[in-house]
Design a binder for this molecule. Structure first.
Ligand SMILES: [Zn+2]
Length: 139
């Protein structure tokens, strides 16, 4: 489950330089592309996104290797208001957020439980010698 989501995010990240997906909702439009997710508040960008196809190909692009950011009102130079606000979430951040718990769970699952030899994993229940009978490691 976690691995599948990680893979899907990695795929979206890797291919989002080639296309963008635009979703326009009431008062907000969300763009998946340029290596990340961008949410725009109402404004020129929002109106413009309505006329663009839902999926459009981009020429070139980048992987969005920047930090997440939140912007307030944005204005086009000598033009209309671009958007009320903008939230930028690069996909590499989402990838880490989704992948980290999966990796952690995997690592925890592989860890030798207490009461077992930390060297070889042998069950040391009722062992009083202080030495693992399996591998000879001091406990
Ligand atoms: Zn041992």
């Amino acid at each position: 489950m976690g691995a599948a989501m990680s893979l899907a995010t990695a795929l979206a990240w890797g291919t989002s330089t080639q296309w963008k997906y635009v979703w326009v909702g009431p008062g907000v439009s969300i763009v998946l592309g340029y290596g990340g997710l961008t949410a725009y508040g109402d404004g020129y960008y929002h109106q413009q996104d309505k006329s663009t196809p839902r999926i459009s190909r981009l020429h070139g692009g980048f992987l969005g290797l920047t930090w997440p950011s939140i912007c307030g009102e944005m204005w086009i130079l000598d033009g209309p208001k671009a958007a009320d606000w903008q939230v930028w979430m690069p996909l590499w951040v989402l990838l880490i957020v989704i992948t980290a718990p999966t990796v952690l769970a995997f690592w925890r699952g592989k860890r030798i439980p207490t009461g077992h030899c930390q060297h070889c994993g042998y069950d040391l229940t009722a062992n009083t010698t202080g030495i693992c009978p399996e591998c000879g490691e001091r406990i």
